[in-house]
Ligand binder design. Structure first.
Ligand SMILES: *Cc1c(COP(=O)(O)O)cnc(C)c1O
Length: 370
């Protein structure tokens, strides 16, 4: 049978799978191509990676790029497992933790019932739910922007697909004590509780030591923040072997080689240079303490942060106006036009010089707005 396409009655989107038109993609923070900006909007580490990482990448570039990388990234899994006191089969690697999260949502949360997450959290979680058709139930943080574990209990007998939280939370920076994470794990023993610890190395408590005890715990980490490797794209998940197996099944149904040879070599070297890691994360934490005091001097209310950023609001000035005025002075911070947090600014911790530039610029911005 001849099927005649009418040229103009067919919008370009008719080529799409139905889900594509419904997607609400994540919008990353601005990565401007302008020099000399003080860039405090995407939580990158202000310090470069260890020189040993650069050397390892250079060496890897000279050797074997014509060959596929190890599909299991064995060397890096072993390095990460050794660092965290786990076995290599308890570690799963991906092209950035965003990819690890996507595979986890696909592997664990497609049960047709809602996935529980805080109303204020990493906005990519909801995006994955759109991609995988997972219903979402947002659980409000308290007035003080803290996670209230009892609000995650189900008393009406209905089922949930699982729980996802960031700890420390993003974009608030507020940490959840480990006993509370354990309460969450015990509330839903039949479902995976995913704890995204992207910022944990800046002062939070990792749930990784709980893995042996909880078969439903999956902890996700990234090398993008505390290891200064946002540009290399390496993230990982830790959990008991049955969870890692599920992630492997999804990964091997999607891309056998998510980590290239440079990423594997650079990642291994990053875990070998523990001194660099300690020095840079401590420098960030110490700048954070100074910046919090300076912001409070300027009248800001700053949430307690265990991350490499602070979340702050000014009682007398509009956050979007401050962000715009800062931008005009060459300082980028992140503003989310979202319910409950539209009067907050998320400010990444830079070098001491970046922090000084921010505080100076804020001083004149606030004076001009007054
Ligand atoms: C930055 C961030 C990630 C993504 O990290 P990549 O490894 O760079 O993909 C994941 N979760 C949270 C909460 C983050 O802030």
């Amino acid at each position: 049978m001849l099927f005649k396409l009418k040229q103009n009655s067919c919008p370009e989107t008719s080529f799409y799978s139905p889900v594509v038109s419904r997607l609400v993609p994540y919008v990353p923070g601005e990565q401007p191509k302008i020099d000399k900006l003080v860039k405090l909007n995407t939580n990158e580490n202000p310090y470069p990676p260890s020189p040993r990482v650069i050397a390892a990448i250079q060496l890897a570039a000279q050797q074997g790029l014509q060959l596929y990388p190890d599909p299991e990234s064995t060397a890096l899994r072993q390095a990460i497992a050794a660092h965290h006191g786990l076995a290599a089969h308890q570690v799963f690697l991906g092209n950035g933790s965003d990819e690890v999260l996507a595979h986890a949502f696909c592997a664990f949360f497609q049960h047709g019932c809602p996935l529980l997450m805080p109303d204020i959290s990493y906005s990519f979680y909801k995006v994955y739910c759109g991609l995988f058709n997972i219903p979402v139930e947002m659980v409000p943080l308290t007035e003080a922007m803290c996670l209230d574990v009892s609000a995650y209990a189900r008393t009406d007998g209905t089922s949930v697909a699982g729980v996802v939280i960031a700890n420390p939370n993003a974009p608030t920076g507020v940490g959840l004590p480990l006993q509370q994470v354990e309460r969450l794990l015990r509330l839903h023993p039949q479902r995976v509780v995913l704890v995204d610890e992207a910022y944990v190395d800046f002062g939070g408590d990792s749930a990784i030591p709980l893995i042996a005890q909880y078969p439903n715990l999956l902890v996700v980490h990234t090398l993008s923040k505390s290891r200064s490797l946002a540009g290399l794209r390496v993230g990982f998940a830790c959990g008991q072997a049955h969870l890692i197996d599920a992630l492997e099944r999804v990964k091997n149904s999607f891309n056998s080689y998510p980590l290239d040879r440079l990423a594997i070599a650079g990642g291994v070297a990053a875990f070998e240079d523990q001194a660099w890691f300690e020095q840079t994360r401590r420098a960030v934490m110490s700048s954070r303490e100074g910046l919090v005091l300076a912001l409070e001097d300027l009248g800001f209310k700053v949430l307690p942060s265990q991350a490499n950023f602070v979340f702050a609001r000014h009682p007398h000035h509009d956050a979007a106006a401050i962000a715009g005025a800062l931008r005009a002075r060459g300082v980028l911070v992140r503003h989310f036009k979202l319910p409950r947090i539209e009067q907050y600014l998320r400010i990444s911790i830079g070098t001491p010089a970046h922090c000084d530039a921010l505080v100076q610029a804020l001083g004149s911005v606030l004076a001009a707005l007054a």
